[in-house]
Design a protein around this ligand. Structure first.
Ligand SMILES: Cc1ncc(COP(=O)(O)O)c(C=O)c1O
Length: 305
């Protein structure tokens, strides 16, 4: 799948034509997965382009590298300005996905990565609509387990970690499902390859805690806050595998997936086979918020123009 990339990318502090942003084949990250990335969305509401929760993304961007002492040689303000700047430079007036990343550059075959290892930072963007069918998708538990803090830090959003997501997705697709669900090292529900998971049981909104190796998703956090503001019971706890198929509702959250209902889990229909009431409410709230139609949450948005 070739992305409809915008004309310019931001590369180590400069705007360059996309085809000119190149790296040597000896780049460490290509060999060892020593790259850190964020996925950010910006929403065009006809008047302005609003970047969703930019501060939180920039903070996680830096924190991910800190697990491995990989240096991000630009300040948070510089990264923030660059995210806004790349949208402006490309005159982006459509809802889009923004991908900032940094990676260890030419560092030989050295596995002793320190803060002195050379790094580069780049940001690209492209127009982006729905990742999944918003009427609901199917999902299945896969045999691969989510890696845990016993092997590598799950909170580091790093290239290498996504091999686990890739092999899980391959298995789910082979089994005929739209998306994979991974269990944690104890056999409880962790998350999807690129999304957090929520279930609804007896009106309660439940999501696995970070101890189940789930990424501390920014959309997950938004749903927890919105749920509480709507006076729902929002609970972080272990979710057993068998609870999935007996849930009233299930949905995934993520920057790319936004709020995506799961209507069939391990081939069993969830609820009445259509997005449930709480899921629909969350989807409605979320789209109002990102379109800057809800003043209570306008502090989550950064205007580009
Ligand atoms: C493994 C994983 N879990 C969850 C998420 C959802 O996180 P967020 O809502 O911050 O996009 C992502 C996407 O970033 C992810 O890659």
């Amino acid at each position: 799948m070739k992305l409809p990339l915008s004309k310019y990318v931001w590369f180590d502090g400069k705007y360059v034509p996309t085809e000119k942003a190149q790296v040597p084949i000896t780049t460490h990250a290509i060999h060892y997965g020593t790259s850190i990335f964020e996925g950010i969305r910006a929403y065009w509401n006809g008047k302005n382009l609003n970047v969703f929760r930019l501060d939180e993304h920039v903070k996680r961007f830096r924190r991910s590298g800190q697990f491995y002492n990989i240096s991000l040689n630009f300040s948070d303000q510089e990264i923030t300005d660059a995210v806004i700047g790349i949208c402006k430079k490309n005159k982006m007036k459509k809802s889009c996905y923004i991908r900032p990343f940094y990676f260890v550059g030419d560092y030989g075959i050295n596995l002793h990565v320190t803060e002195k290892a050379p790094t580069s930072v780049a940001i690209f963007t492209f127009p982006f609509g729905d990742l999944f069918n918003k009427n609901g998708i199917t999902a299945g538990v896969v045999s691969w387990r989510k890696f845990s803090d016993m092997s590598t830090p799950p909170q580091a959003k790093m290239g290498g970690n996504y091999l686990n997501s890739i092999i899980a997705t391959q298995e789910a697709k082979r089994n005929g499902f739209d998306e994979a669900i991974l269990l944690d090292h104890n056999g409880n529900v962790s998350e999807a390859p690129g999304e957090n998971i929520f279930i609804v049981r007896e009106g309660q909104l439940i999501t696995p805690s970070l101890a189940s190796s789930a990424l501390e998703g920014i959309t997950r956090d938004a749903i927890i806050k919105i749920g509480k503001d709507l006076d729902l019971d929002v609970i972080e706890r272990d979710i057993t595998r068998s609870e999935l198929t007996t849930s009233e509702e299930i949905f995934l959250t993520g920057t790319a997936a936004e709020i995506t209902p799961i209507i069939k889990m391990d081939s069993k229909q969830i609820g009445n086979g259509r997005p449930g009431d709480i899921t629909k409410k969350m989807m409605e709230e979320y789209s109002e918020i990102v379109m800057n139609k809800n003043d209570e949450y306008s502090h989550w948005l950064t205007e580009v123009y």
